[in-house]
Design a protein around this ligand. Structure first.
Ligand SMILES: [Fe+2]
Ligand SMILES: [Fe+2]
Length: 327
């Protein structure tokens, strides 16, 4: 089980976050603004550069797609499955960045007449997520151009965003922090050193990661700020919200893994046996759970921040909810 233990053992109350000096916090927002200006990318000029996808290359690296675990598939079919997962990666980000942009713009309200460094950092964060949605819509269309008919992306971004945004801000910021951190992990741990994946996909990961690095810092600052406002009772309810959100994400992943497996079976090079089909389905779901949940919650940074906010009992509840997903 992936227990979410607090960083300090206690029995009832979460540790008090050390209250950061306003000038120190403001300087961190200002640094994010400075770096954001320096690394800012343009979709066409920097990322796509007139290129199309090379379908003779894998899109997602094996560390994310896990297609190397399906030894009964030929190399062309393993590559195809990595490309289907890449298309879903673009669609999942188009989806999550819908609610992230909305939440970021909402929390920026609290800085309107306050710290202008924080306000600028959040406005840039929101603007970048709107641009990322456009990037991933472009990627989806470019994937579609080279793939057979029949792919479907199951969830509807606005319906998911509405459901997510109905939960407490603490829980939405926790989920967002997880997402920002797994973007960084995916680039640095899974694709940066790869030489045999699509160059264009590698650049999508690289440029996305460059802007997400600031998002992870800003999100953490906002999450800690929100946490300090909550009563113990409100925080306990927010933990329930976070557990519900993780369950909802997992529901989406289960539906999409099933849809992507069906599509793969239709377009791969040969009929699969029932056992092979089951193995593909299990592997794709495990890959999606790793990509969109586990690779973030296992990040030491995520665990430290969450652990500093919750009680041991709350950590156990979160760990129990994650156990079947991690398994
Ligand atoms: Fe993004
Ligand atoms: Fe982001």
């Amino acid at each position: 089980m992936l227990a979410m233990q607090p960083t300090r053992q206690r029995t009832q109350q979460p540790a008090q976050q050390p209250t950061p000096q306003p000038s120190v916090t403001s300087a961190r927002y200002a640094k994010c603004v400075e770096v954001s200006k320096r690394v800012r990318f343009d979709i066409d000029r920097d990322v796509i550069r007139g290129r199309t996808f090379d379908f003779s290359k894998r899109f997602l690296p094996n560390g994310l797609s896990r297609v190397d675990q399906l030894a009964f598939l030929g190399s062309n079919d393993r590559r195809l499955l990595s490309q289907i997962q890449g298309r879903t990666y673009a669609n999942i980000f188009g989806l999550v960045e819908r609610f992230i942009a909305a939440k970021v713009l909402e929390v920026s309200r609290e800085h309107w007449l306050g710290d202008q460094n924080a306000l600028e950092a959040l406005v840039r964060f929101g603007d970048e997520e709107i641009k990322h949605q456009e990037l991933f819509r472009r990627i989806e269309r470019m994937c579609a151009a080279g793939m057979p008919e029949g792919y479907s992306f199951v969830p509807e971004p606005n319906a998911v965003a509405s459901a997510v945004l109905s939960k407490s801000t603490w829980a939405v910021l926790a989920l967002t922090c997880n997402i920002e951190l797994f973007v960084l992990a995916h680039y640095h741990q899974s694709i940066e050193a790869e030489t045999d994946v699509s160059e264009l996909w590698k650049d999508v990961f690289l440029y996305h990661c460059k802007e997400e690095s600031q998002h992870a810092i800003i999100d953490e600052l906002e999450w800690v700020r929100e946490n300090a406002k909550l009563t113990p009772e409100a925080r306990d309810a927010a933990v329930d919200d976070l557990i519900a959100l993780v369950g909802a994400v997992d529901g989406i992943l289960q539906a999409q893994a099933a849809a992507d497996t069906l599509y793969f079976v239709e377009v791969c090079s040969r009929p699969l046996t029932a056992a092979e089909l089951d193995a593909v389905k299990v592997t794709v779901l495990a890959a999606y759970r790793w990509q969109y949940i586990v690779s973030g919650v296992q990040s030491p940074r995520f665990r430290d921040v969450l652990g500093s906010m919750i009680t041991p009992q709350q950590g156990e509840r979160i760990g129990a909810a994650l156990a079947p997903i991690v398994a």
